[in-house]
Design a protein around this ligand. Structure first.
Ligand code: HPA
Ligand code: MG
Length: 217
């Protein structure tokens, strides 16, 4: 029997790596507690997600929807891996892209509401839609978005999230593809932010308490 794990699970007691073992921008050096998921590991896992997605969706035109802002790095790297598969395997499908911006966070806690900003959810009718998210925590944001997409009668909707948080605040929602399941910690980097900072950091990291104060709004 082939054992096929659905995602890579990071345990509660795993607290990542000493930041001095990696390269981080000088302007964030004093703000980081630990490097949690190194950039290289994110890319390696993303490569495999691309393969899994193409196996399921690779027979029809894929309509890829990036959830901004936090999803932009993962989206770009995932698309690059899917494009590589399209170039190098017999199976190849056109990909079109679109972007939607959602906001539900201030400081390190959810505001409890989800606003879809600059929305013009294009014609999804009959399309195979791939929603690309950075992180799923309560599941509220993605479920709000999904119900809006489904009003447009797509043929298929799949969701890929780079991260999913193990938390009691979860609604129980699980996306179709998960990069990493992480403990209930606030993380930044690789386009995930704390009040708009730390998107310009390659690794996914944990902040120290001083940084949470320093960048508080
Ligand atoms: N980091 C950044 N943004 C987030 C997080 C997180 O841990 N959870 C939900 N949005
Ligand atoms: Mg955010």
């Amino acid at each position: 029997m082939v054992f096929s794990p659905a995602h890579l699970q990071i345990k509660d007691e795993d607290d990542g790596y000493n930041k001095n073992l990696f390269c981080v921008p000088k302007h964030y050096e004093d703000d980081l507690e630990r490097v949690f998921i190194p950039h290289g590991l994110i890319l390696d896992r993303t490569e495999r997600l691309a393969r899994d997605i193409m196996k399921d969706m690779g027979s029809h035109h894929i309509f890829a929807l990036c959830v901004l802002k936090g999803g932009y790095k993962f989206f770009a790297d995932l698309m690059d891996h899917i494009k590589a598969l399209n170039r190098n395997t017999d199976q190849s499908v056109p990909i079109t892209v679109d972007f939607v911006r959602l906001k539900s966070y201030s400081n390190d806690s959810s505001m409890g509401t989800v606003s879809i900003i600059g929305e013009e959810l294009t014609a999804f009718k009959g399309k195979n839609v791939l929603v690309v998210e950075d992180i799923i925590e309560t599941g509220q944001t993605i479920q709000t978005l999904l119900s809006r997409i489904k009003e447009h009668e797509p043929q298929m909707v799949k969701v890929v999230s780079l991260l999913i948080k193990r938390t009691i605040r979860s609604s129980g929602y699980r996306p179709d593809y998960i990069g990493f399941e992480i403990p209930d910690k606030f993380v930044v980097g690789y386009a995930l932010d704390y009040n708009e900072y730390f998107r310009d950091l390659n690794h996914i990291c944990i902040l120290n308490e001083k940084a949470k104060e320093k960048y508080k709004v």
